[in-house]
Design a protein around this ligand. Sequence first.
Ligand code: V47
Length: 614
Amino acid sequence: MWSKINFNDIALIPIWQKLQRGERLSLEDGLILYKTNDLISLGKMAQYVQRQKNGDAVYFVLNQKIEHTNVCVLSCKFCDFAKKKGEAGAYEMSTNDILSKITPEIKEVHITGGMPHDWQWERYLEIVSSIHQKFPDADVKAYTAIEIDFFHKKFKMSIEEVLRQLKEAGLKTMPGGGAEVFSERVRRLLFNQKVGEKVWLDVHKTAHRMGIPTNATMLYGHIETIEERLIHLIKLREAQDETSGFLTFIPLAFQPGETGIKPRNEYTSAIDDLKTIAISRLMLDNFPHIKAYWVMLTEEVAAVALNFGADDMDGTVGEEHIAHDAGALSPMKLAKENLIKIIKDAGKIPVERDVFYNPLKIHGENLIGKIPYLNSVPIYHYLNSEDFKILPVTPRRLGVLFKQGTVVAGLISLIDYFEQEENLELMKWCIAARDQVQSVVLFSKYEWKNLAGKTIGVIDDTSTSVKLLEVILKKKYGVTASLERMKPNNYQNYSAVILIGDEALKNLKQSISGFEFRYDLATEWFDWQKLPFVFAVFAVSKGLSQDLKNLIQHSIKESLTKGKNNLEVIGSNHGRTLGYTSKETKEYLEGFNYVLGEREREAIEVFRNIVGSK
Ligand code: V47
């Protein structure tokens, strides 16, 4: 259906063609998108990109916002929240006040506030560490780049040291506030005491390099021009190309309140809000998520935004003052049930998440599971039937969701298939390596034979690749090593690590220092067995109606046929986020076979026997 957008504005057609080729949009494209009155086509284009990235999932988190104080040394013109010490309405919360606001079900605590002149560094650290200790299930997302820079200057520590101590205290990610608009003109007029784009971007890039993912925002709807908005987006896109550390982008609709910048009832229009969400999705091709922040958009606009490219609704929030002090019309908090209803009514799958976007609970049924790695793109890229919903999850999680019955069709990791095959029916597709695959790689400090007695780190994402590693070690090389589940990016503690999918591809480009040897497990298997290796098979639940089975069969067949003929374009956007050119992406995808043929079936049986034998 997506190729059938009925454009009213023909100026959008070349942009649509670019998007279908996986090409990046320019500033000029952005200007055309902002100028258009063809809002529906704009929304459909954004929805197309959003679906490629996140299927039909819309994320939310059970979170609590903490604004520890509104006392602030700055006086930004757009802010009605900040007060001077002693001024009526000024407040400062103790650590106990803060802890008393958090309840056990909370999964994210979002902390940001004013910058008083007399707080000590230990107080900021204590806020993070006490939440982390008392509520270990709640991830702390704390302090904007402006606050981090303030700590760096006030407490005379480098940015790295500030972040290092916060990370040690329990900080998981940083919020995206304080970016405003990257324009020197606007900065001088509205927030001239605040550091601008260079410092903001430097702090975020430093955090990314230290393994702290962050968010990004843009405050729009005040005095900025459309061109300034687009430059802001392009600068964020360039930063993301460098570090890949941004998780989500949040356009913040300006609340005029008593700021005097705009009349108090002149909110951004729903049209501007929806355009900004959609254009953000289209321009920020390397950002995983776009957030519709209902607090500033209102629930109604945020609900529509879910069909304009947004895939995240922030969360329950709890209590919020920055927007409400400036006249926000939304409620202070939303119940989980409201969020689920809004997302379902938008035709999407509500996914409760943690701060890193790991799914914690999926509120849906009859879903098609999608492994969110580049190698599965040919199967799913053109799969856009409105008759089923697509959920992106790691192979390991997919196995669990199949078992629970939440997912009823999809590529399932081979080992999980063995376990559940009584209830599953195979379709004729799979992900199999022709000979080498490049995306299941053992990065090692030693050659195979010298791995005896060593500890190898394995990630939680997959069971089949770990089993394959086990049999290669034991049965091909006669080596016994211990395998240990590791946290992402914690490689140096191990003699070797096995990485799969996008993570393997990324590290093949960048290399991991000290890990001199790289072994492609599909090549190892092929040299040993002279057979392809089948990582995952496409299965459906036996209980599914024949009509739905037929529909899935037909849709996948069409998607794959079209996908195979367009390998040079379908993965190019995804590949670019991993540092691969379109040509490299195409070559990589050509290394896979997606049809479950005789040799693949034979390979599955050989693997089954080896795994089953002691
Ligand atoms: O930095 C201040 C903005 C931001 C106003 O990272 C205003 O997940 C509108 O950054 N009208 C704080 N906006 C909020 C923020 C945020 C919110 C939700 C999620 C995340 C995240 C981050 O609010 C400030 C400033 O840019 N702001 N005054 C106003 N009158």
